[in-house]
Design a binder for this molecule. Sequence first.
Ligand code: G16
Length: 553
Amino acid sequence: MNELQKSLILESSSRFLIPQGVKVSYGTAGFREDASILSSTVYRVGILAALRSLKTQSVIGVMITASHNKVSDNGVKIADPSGGMLSQDWEPFADELANAPSPQQLLQLITEFVEKERIPFDGVRPAEILLGRDTRPSGEALLEAARQGVTSIVGAVASDMGILTTPQLHWMVRARNKGIKASEQDYFEQLSNSFRCLMDLIPTGQSKCDGMNDKLVVDGANGVGGAKLQILHKLLNVLDIEVRNSSQDEGVLNDGVGADYVQKEKVAPRGFGSKDAGIRCASLDGDADRLVYFSVPPESNAPIDLVDGDKILSLFAVFIREQLSFLNEKEDIKNFDKSRLGIIQTAYANGASTNYLKHLGLEVNLTPTGVKYLHEKAADFDIGIYFEANGHGTILFSETFIEWLEVRSNKLSSGSKEAEKAALRLLAVSKLINQAVGDALSGVLLVEVILKHMGWSIHRWNELYHDLPSRQLKVKVADRTSVVTANAETVVVRPPGLQEAINAETAKYTQGRCFVRPSGTEDVVRVYAEASTQEAADTLANCVAKLVDQFLG
Ligand code: G16
């Protein structure tokens, strides 16, 4: 780095000093805090993104969002060249950079890192960053802080892509790096074209079925997803979708609405009630990277029927498996074995879903919470389906498998045989479902077309298996980082004695299962409990929450 570069960093970072006493950490999906203390963090992430862009000689994305968190929070997610989350080996640098106490120490850190990583500065393609934000009021100023961070690296270009869903920005970064057209319109066109293609491939006579209501009502969490879905809906012109709780409505982001609320509390979001009984409903989260479905009972106090990420995963798995079985009937692809389809879940996956998927003969893998872990594991397969119970997930297709499908589908004469149609369907799924990150909008379209393909109502879908009763709680503790876990977060290794106490409590319940872990997006320890009855799951979760409190105070 030359002297001009150094003075530019010193000068611009002096405008973004860290508030006294603030320490931030890179969590499950980037940095997330109260928006009022975030500008220095976001500014520094801008620098990091520019360095990452120079290092990889690719376009990088910075998304200003706190997703499911309350409206006064904000945060920042970084999209790597593939469109996935920032490579995990850069996370410690992100932490150090965000917490460097002064501009001089910041500069020293950057200088050392640039040397260590051999980040090229001269005679290379300049850094290029796409910036996006959700609808939070703090987003505009924070995006400006990110822009200033990016442009403190000489030659770096920051493009403001405006208000987007998080998955749209990740999609754009991936598309740009693949040399594909990458505007928002291109995103909508890719989704709508591949959706139409799947609709055209629905077996004849399958599009209507008893008890199937064609209308879908979507809760937009009062965030960015609702408005974007409306644009997509207009383009599609075939689905009957009503959006409620869109950012254009009056409500507060994620307040009594949204996928996180619906999935954790198991209640209908604001604006939904017994009038919606029998209708298929879905809920997005604040930045539209999560999706859950639900139906509302006719009685006003009865619990909703939640169709969570595990069931979306199961629906996708059943569909993909069916297409693979059509392909397998062909003699020349007998070498296709089951190991090519992998399922990835976390400890939050309902035990009944894991049993169901294993019963289908599928390989189920467990990773810690966070799409960065699930995504990485899913990439080991030709088709990797990953979902968190909270509705965050997607289906990854390997490049070799897509190439193989393309060859297969190019050989088609009229697309009449089931095997050939299956190849076309899988190709269309790979274009519809976001290959960069979980995406509620592409998820909605894929669920809708698969339900039509199967001729299933939401009730039929929900009957795939019966969830074990479960309960999730949050416990506020003095320092959540004092909880350390292992084995994909199923075992507490610190503080000593806590896991033994959890085991003793869990052993009292039929089909009892319980784990605790520190959240990486909220200042809480999360407790998850499962048992044979709702009452037992509630009691187990409450008892373990008390244990957490006793051990951590
Ligand atoms: C983020 C991550 C998800 C994770 C969720 C909750 O979601 O992308 O993978 O499940 O946080 O994480 P934690 O339990 O550590 O708070 P989002 O939708 O909030 O960005």
